[in-house]
Design a protein around this ligand. Structure first.
Ligand code: F6R
Length: 369
C-alpha cells in the first residue's frame, strides 16, 4: 500500500527519518549502546584483528561509509569488498577475521555465497539485515537488524540510511566492548545518531520541493557526475548509482581527489556535477580541498550543484545551486547528504515519465549469482 504516495519510492524516501529512528530505538540505554541481539556475544569481537565488510550495490556503499566509523571508534582495520569479488580471489581469512555482511533482503545470492565462503574459512560472521529470518542472517553467527520496515521499491533508499545507522551502532558497541572508545565519545556519537531523524525531516520539509524542481529542469540531461571526499565519496557513488538505475542516464561518482588523475577530462561546458561538500568543521583542509576541486571544474565550465551544510557561506560563490543539509558531526553527514540525492534521482526519473518503483532490467532481490 502506497499510503497516498505517488510511488513506493516516494513513500520510502519520506520514511528515511523513521528508518534511522527505529534502527536506533531500543539500542540505547542510559547513554550506552545495548544491542539485544548481541547479548552474550562479546566473545565474537575478542581476538578480531580485521573486519571485512561484504555487500553488493547500495549496501556496499553503506559498508564504505561504515569503514570510517569502525576504524575510528573500534580501531580495527576494515576492508570493504563487493561480495562477488571476494569469493573468487582465494581470500586470506581466518578466526581473527570478522566478516560483516550487509543486505536489505538478506537473500542476495552473491552476498550469501561470500558469507558461506568466509565461514568455511573460519571467519566469524555478523549480518546486518532488514528482513527477519532471511537466509543470510540464518547463515551468520550474529545478526543486527535494521528496522527500516519493508522496502518495496527496487531502488534501496530508507534501507541505506538504516544500514549506515546499524553499522555505526555496531562500531560504537565494538569500540566499547574492546575498550577502544571512551564513554564520552560514545555518548556524543549517540546524541548525534538520535538527532538525525529530525534533521532528515528538515531536508524533506525544506529542500525537497526545490530539488524536485531542479530535477525537472535537468530532465533532458545526458550525463551527471558526482564528487565526494572522505565519507562524501561513497555518497557520491550512491548518488550516481541511484540516478543511473532510475533514470537510465549516464552517471558516475568519483573521489574528488581523483579528478586530476583522469576524470577532469570529462568536464566540458554545461556538464552538471554534484559535489558533496564536507562541513568546514570536518577540518579546514578537507573543506578547502573540495572548494578548490569545485574551482577547478567551474573553470572548465561545469555546472556545480553543491550539497553543503546549512550556513556554509564559503561554498556560495562557487556553486550554481546549493542543496542544504543541517549541521551534523562529520561522520554523520553522509546520512543527511544522501537524502537530496535520493530525491533528485527519483525526481528526474519521474520527470522523464519512468516507473521509479520498477526500473527496467532490475529485480528487488537478486537471488542468482
Ligand atoms: C540499488 C539497490 C541494489 C541493492 C543490492 C543489494 O538501489 O537497491 O544495489 O542494494 O542489490 O541488495 P541487498 O541489500 O538486498 O543485498
Amino acid at each position: 500500500d502506497k499510503g497516498g504516495w505517488s510511488s513506493f519510492m516516494a513513500k520510502e524516501v519520506s520514511e528515511e527519518p523513521e528508518a534511522v529512528a527505529n534502527t536506533v530505538l531500543g539500542r540505547v540505554q542510559d547513554g550506552q549502546i545495548v544491542i539485544p541481539e548481541l547479548d552474550g556475544l562479546d566473545g565474537l569481537f575478542q581476538g578480531v584483528s580485521r573486519v571485512i565488510v561484504l555487500a553488493c550495490g547500495t549496501a556496499y556503499y553503506a559498508g564504505l561509509v561504515g569503514k570510517y566509523a569502525i576504524e575510528q571508534w573500534a580501531r580495527i582495520p576494515v576492508d570493504v569488498e563487493l561480495a562477488h569479488e571476494f569469493r573468487y580471489r582465494d581470500p586470506i581469512v581466518g578466526p581473527e577475521t570478522l566478516v560483516v555482511s550487509i543486505s536489505q533482503s538478506g537473500e542476495t545470492m552473491d552476498t550469501l555465497m561470500a558469507v558461506k565462503e568466509a565461514a568455511r574459512l573460519g571467519a566469524k560472521t555478523l549480518s546486518i539485515c532488514n528482513t527477519q529470518g532471511a537466509t543470510i542472517p540464518r547463515e551468520s553467527d550474529a545478526i543486527v537488524y535494521t528496522h527500516a520496515g519493508p522496502e518495496v521499491a527496487v531502488a534501496s533508499t530508507k534501507a541505506f540510511v538504516a544500514q549506515i545507522t546499524a553499522l555505526y551502532l555496531l562500531a560504537l558497541h565494538v569500540g566499547r566492548v574492546r575498550g577502544a572508545l571512551s564513554a564520552e565519545v560514545a555518548g556524543a556519537a549517540i546524541a548525534e545518531l538520535e538527532a538525525l531523524p529530525e534533521k532528515i525531516r528538515w531536508i524533506l520539509e525544506n529542500e525537497q520541493e526545490r530539488i524536485e524542481q531542479l530535477s525537472r529542469w535537468m530532465s533532458d540531461t545526458r550525463s551527471v557526475l558526482f564528487l565526494g571526499r572522505h565519507v562524501g565519496y561513497p555518497i557520491a557513488l550512491e548518488g550516481a548509482l541511484k540516478l543511473k538505475e532510475l533514470s537510465y542516464i549516464h552517471a558516475e561518482g568519483f573521489a574528488a581527489g581523483e579528478l586530476k588523475h583522469g576524470p577532469i577530462a570529462l568536464i566540458e561546458p554545461g556538464q552538471p556535477v554534484f559535489v558533496m561538500v564536507p562541513s568546514p568543521r570536518q577540518g579546514a583542509t578537507l573543506h578547502a580541498k573540495v572548494i578548490s576541486n569545485i574551482e577547478e571544474i567551474r573553470a572548465r565550465g561545469a555546472r556545480v550543484i553543491a550539497v553543503a551544510e546549512e550556513g556554509d557561506a564559503a561554498v556560495l560563490p562557487f556553486a550554481d545551486e546549493v542543496l542544504r543539509v543541517p549541521l551534523a558531526a562529520p561522520l554523520f553527514e553522509p546520512i543527511l547528504a544522501v537524502v537530496p540525492l535520493h530525491i533528485f534521482a527519483m525526481g528526474l526519473a519521474t520527470a522523464k515519465g519512468l516507473d521509479v518503483d520498477q526500473p527496467r532490467n532490475l529485480a528487488k532481490s537478486v537471488t542468482v549469482e
